[in-house]
Design a protein around this ligand. Structure first.
Ligand SMILES: [Zn+2]
Length: 332
């Protein structure tokens, strides 16, 4: 394993390469970004890089004793701390900081990684804060979080922030094929449905049949123009899977639009089977499909933002009806 084995995050790799070369590795980092984009894998690779006996431009060698022990989570100078249940408790942090205070025994520098740092209790956070204020020499602390807003500002201000962005389509595709061994066709489809993270890709693969069935239920309701106020209970019953079902809706609209615009020339680019797309695509003009895609995009950002979900859905359903009615009246 070296930097090149980690998909994406090129800026972050370059940052640490430079920091190591110029001796500017600091005592505490906060890795912040969406879940399952590879923050922990990156932190462990950094631990290897800093402790490797033969590091190069490309990262750690992956072969030396330090690299092998870290890969097996068995290195005495590298610790990966996770929550015990819902919280990271003060006893865990006390043990962690005590361990951090001893000099390295096998490696060059101690690396203490704390996953899900947002789960620190207030007591635990304050205990950790003391260590962040007076860090022991020859040590690096890496806090990892996908919910930075839930961390005490005093903790954030003591760490150098490293932001991890959602992964691109090609980064996810490559990861699914090369690391997870997925079939190329399946990886292509799932990667296009899961912008940003493996988490979504894996969830979609697990629930694919069921999610697709749910999506068709929703599609039929939208197509029949069920009254928005009558659709509330369906949304309520499916609220947990809703973000993924909506992703299917967006993908289907894209297929309809692509089919219409290209007059069916690019069937191999479709996510859904051709049979499910070709007839449906003719029901609206390309422009209308495009406007409906925008409505779904807006719904996705409303839901992922702070807007109340019921309000967002209501707005979406009324706009959807308006758009379809407008399209059919301009056809007549
Ligand atoms: Zn090595």
């Amino acid at each position: 394993m070296s930097w090149s084995d980690i998909s994406g995050h090129e800026k972050q790799k370059e940052f640490f390469r430079r920091a190591a070369v110029s001796g500017r590795v600091t005592h505490a980092y906060l890795f912040s970004g969406p879940p399952r984009v590879g923050k922990t894998t990156f932190a462990l690779e950094l631990a290897k890089f800093l402790n490797c006996q033969n590091p190069t431009e490309r990262g750690s060698c992956g072969q030396c004793k330090n690299c092998r022990l870290i890969a097996n989570l068995a290195h005495p100078d590298v610790s990966l701390l996770s929550s015990a249940g819902d919280y990271l408790k003060i006893d865990q942090i006390r043990n962690f900081t005590r361990w951090l205070n001893f000099k390295p025994v096998e490696g060059k520098i101690k690396v203490g990684i704390i996953k899900e740092a947002e789960k620190l209790t207030e007591e635990a956070a304050n205990c950790l804060l003391k260590t962040l204020e007076e860090p022991p020499g020859e040590s690096v602390i890496i806090l990892i979080t996908s919910q930075r807003a839930s961390l005490l500002p005093t903790i954030i201000s003591r760490c150098q922030l490293i932001e991890f962005s959602p992964l691109s389509y090609s980064e996810i595709y490559r990861h699914l094929v090369e690391e997870k061994g997925w079939e190329e066709e399946e990886a292509r489809k799932v990667a296009s449905l899961s912008p940003g993270s493996w988490a979504k890709a894996e969830e979609i693969k697990k629930g694919k049949g069921n999610l697709e069935d749910k999506f068709w239920e929703l599609w039929n309701k939208l197509k029949d123009q069920s009254h928005p106020l009558l659709m509330g209970s369906w949304f309520y019953d499916n609220q947990e899977q809703l973000p993924l079902i909506i992703t299917f809706l967006e993908q289907y609209l894209r297929d309809l639009w692509v089919w219409k615009v290209t007059e069916g020339q690019y069937a191999d680019l479709l996510f859904f089977e051709k049979e499910k797309v070709e007839e449906e695509a003719e029901r609206q003009e390309a422009e209308t499909w495009k406007r409906l895609i925008i409505l779904v995009d807006n719904l996705i950002s409303d839901i992922s933002g702070n807007l109340n979900r019921d309000i967002a859905l209501c707005r979406f359903l009324f706009s959807w009806r308006g758009e379809c009615n407008h399209a059919s009246s301009s056809r007549n």
